[in-house]
Design a protein around this ligand. Structure first.
Ligand code: ADP
Length: 360
């Protein structure tokens, strides 16, 4: 093959079978392989293409500016025709960043192959997901190690301490670190349940009832921090299709954040209204706000603007990721408008539903 690799057509070009196909078997096989997601090219011992499916043409022509892919395919087939397996990962940058996994194998006897097959996979999304998973594991290890480190340090300090005042202070801190750890595990379990779509069916619920449930108990928390909490009455005719528990906990997360990231003397307002065909649940504060550059990233798992403040307030860094997933699986979204030092408004928008039997 090494003499004739040019028989493999350039990317995107039609590939007329080199060998006669009186029974139409190659055409049939090519059509069958058009139904796979993998690009497949088969050539004879002279490197002439016998079969090339549509996905192969698509994968290579998606990078028509990139002769690299076509050349790599030719070289891979040539290597397979010399009796060796070939595997490589191609990072292409034209027109967008893409990663192709290219493999080629000899057909027939290895010492004298009668042909070769090349397989091409687009692994761009797989690579991206692997990177997300690696980042998540690295972040998670760090997030778990911090409270664990604090717990073991506190336990060591407590050991042998007999001043009752110090013992009681350290015990209280041990308790609060343990609660933080348990919140982190709860949030992780919630997130994985919601991400896996294991959320149960959505049923019509009255929005007013969900908001009541979500804000319950926050009056005291806000008052303890010198913050006024306003809950606007919600019109009773607004219904949404929801998992009541998840939606209430998403709203509660936003209220909790609004209080956490406000200074004493500030106020937090919760409103739920109908706008056109959407139910809009708005949680506003006059707190520290979110810098423009962080506004999209704060919905990522474990992303915080100010790590120290989040730790001090006992945050897990997962709240907004959960809110975003809950909004998404309800067919809606969550948006943010914020100005640093002036405050933030988080809005969950959901499609309306017809009324049901809910009496909450
Ligand atoms: P955390 O547990 O750290 O609060 P979240 O996922 O709930 O985690 O929020 C992520 C980050 O977004 C927070 O650490 C904080 O920096 C920022 N944030 C969230 N809500 C607000 C808010 N109302 N005002 C200002 N910053 C906020």
């Amino acid at each position: 093959m090494s003499a004739e690799p040019a028989a493999v057509p350039p990317s995107g070009a039609a590939a007329p079978p080199a060998a006669p196909d009186p029974l139409g078997l190659l055409a049939l096989l090519t059509e069958a392989l058009d139904h796979t997601n993998q690009g497949v090219v088969v050539c004879d011992d002279q490197g002439r293409v016998l079969l090339r499916n549509a996905q192969c043409a698509r994968l290579l022509s998606a990078h028509s500016g990139d002769v690299l892919a076509a050349n790599a395919l030719e070289a891979a087939l040539a290597r397979a025709l010399s009796g060796q397996d070939h595997a490589e990962v191609l990072d292409l940058y034209s027109p967008t960043r893409h990663t192709l996994d290219l493999r080629a194998y000899p057909l027939g006897e290895r010492s004298r192959p009668t042909g070769a097959v090349a397989l091409v996979d687009d692994v761009t999304e797989l690579r991206r997901l692997e990177a997300v998973r690696r980042d998540f594991v690295a972040n998670l290890s760090h997030e778990l190690k911090t409270p664990l480190g604090a717990l073991s340090l506190l336990a060591e300090t407590l050991d042998g301490e007999d001043d009752p005042e110090v013992v009681s202070r350290l015990t209280a801190r041990l308790g609060s670190e343990a609660r933080r750890f348990s919140r982190l595990v709860d949030d992780l379990l919630d997130l994985s349940r919601i991400e896996a779509g294991g959320t149960g069916t959505l049923v019509p619920v009255r929005l007013a009832g969900v908001v009541d449930e979500a804000v319950e108990g926050f009056g005291d928390t806000a008052a303890a921090r010198g913050i006024t909490l306003h809950i606007s009455p919600v019109e009773s005719g607004i219904w949404v299709a929801a998992n009541r528990r998840d939606l209430a906990s998403a709203i509660a997360n936003l209220v909790d954040n609004a209080i956490k990231y406000s200074e004493p003397g500030g106020s937090v307002t919760v409103k739920a209204e109908q706008h056109d065909h959407l139910a809009c649940i708005e949680v506003s504060d006059q707190g520290i706000g979110v810098p423009k550059r962080d506004q999209e990233r704060i919905f990522e798992r474990f992303y915080r603007v100010d790590r120290a403040r989040s730790r001090w307030t006992g945050g897990t860094g997962l709240g907004l990721a959960i809110v975003r997933h809950v909004a998404a699986y309800h067919g809606g979204d969550v948006t943010l408008t914020s100005a640093e030092g002036q405050g933030s408004t988080f809005t969950i928008r959901l499609p309306l539903s017809a009324g049901g039997a809910d009496n909450g």
